[in-house]
Design a binder for this molecule. Structure first.
Ligand code: ATP
Ligand code: MG
Length: 307
């Protein structure tokens, strides 16, 4: 069973207008809303690949209900903690010129009792067959140690953890030795205090060090260059697939989803990597933040090469 945890979900709203008139009336030509947040995006991609997951986290207000309804409509099981306050709506305004203006709401303040309720839900699902995915930022009121604390709790119940986060949340999560991590090259460089571009040799060296310290599997994504995968027994690199890029937003989430789905299907780490490269390339080919279709992923999977 896969459980995705989204502490800070959002409705992603995209609006198209001709040209922004600041201080005046702007007529919207087209708009779209999607339930989002890293864990929720991962759940959607797992579904597209033919898998199942349960989406949990915090939601509040009408926007929170919209997220729950959207997941219900897509057939994605969910079990959220309802909190006071209103789930964020993040609005992106696209103009004809290509200029994009973003308006992000602050989201709710999480209370200690909300966190306790989340832990109750987590404990309910944690068993030796569960993989928890802890992805993305955390809202106000939540300590940066939360991914470490969740990892420790679910490890004590036999479950496994996949962490995709950056900055202090990532650093603190590593203290609990998650089973899978997927930083991108920039996040890893930041973690290692490397300024400028991190080289492939430095990535391999750092990934090996993390594995030697007890992190089960490290995948370091490098955008169109592909990704490097290291575990105790294996080390390999896959070149990124040459595809027509429409939207690179969410490519990392697609890779996390594919590896997690592969783990739940008990395929090898190598086959998880293959699926991760194909699914993330498929996400890049797909317009907006929608997951790639299974057909797209299947058409790419034979093209993945190992080095
Ligand atoms: N332009 C591209 N062409 C082909 N594949 C790509 C491209 N960009 C990204 N990918 C694929 O997606 C994977 C993840 O991309 P990236 O390293 O940009 O993740 P990320 O920075 O974590 O993204 P996110 O915005 O989702 O957090 C890469 O390892 C690669 O397989
Ligand atoms: Mg990422």
């Amino acid at each position: 069973m896969i459980v995705t945890v989204t502490m800070n979900p959002a409705i992603d709203k995209t609006i198209e207008i001709d040209e922004m008139i600041c201080g005046g009336l702007n007529r919207i030509k087209a708009f779209e809303s999607d339930a989002a947040g890293k864990g929720i995006n991962v759940s959607k991609t797992i579904k597209a690949l033919g898998g199942k997951s349960i989406a949990i986290g915090f939601i509040g207000g009408d926007a929170g209900n919209t997220i729950k309804n959207a997941l219900d409509a897509e057939g994605i099981e969910n079990d959220f903690v309802y909190v006071d306050g209103i789930t964020r709506t993040n609005t992106k305004v696209f103009e004809n010129s290509g200029r994009v203006t973003e308006l992000n709401e602050p989201g709710p303040n999480i209370k200690d009792e909300d966190i306790e309720k989340l832990f109750e839900i987590i404990e309910k699902y944690a068993s030796k067959d569960t993989l928890f995915i802890l992805a993305g930022s955390v809202p106000a009121g939540v300590e940066k140690t939360i991914y470490r604390d969740i990892t420790e709790k679910v490890h004590s119940l036999g479950a496994k953890v996949f962490v995709d986060a950056d900055g202090e949340i990532f650093v603190r999560a590593l203290e609990a030795k998650p089973d899978y991590i997927k930083p991108n090259d920039v996040e890893l460089a930041q973690y290692c205090n490397i300024s400028g571009d991190i080289t492939e040799d430095q990535i391999i060296e750092m990934a090996e060090k993390l594995v030697s310290e007890g992190i089960g599997h490290v995948a370091v994504s490098m955008g169109k260059e592909g990704a490097i995968f290291v575990s105790e027994d294996e080390k390999f690199m896959c070149k990124g697939l040459k595809v027509e890029a429409h939207s690179t937003v969410g490519a990392g989430d697609a890779m996390v989803a594919a590896i997690s789905y592969g783990v739940s299907e008990k395929i090898s780490f190598r086959d998880c990597a293959r699926l991760g490269i194909a699914t993330s390339a498929g996400a890049v080919m797909t317009k907006g933040t929608k997951p790639p279709t299974k057909e797209t992923v299947n058409s790419l999977i034979g093209k993945v090469e190992f080095k």
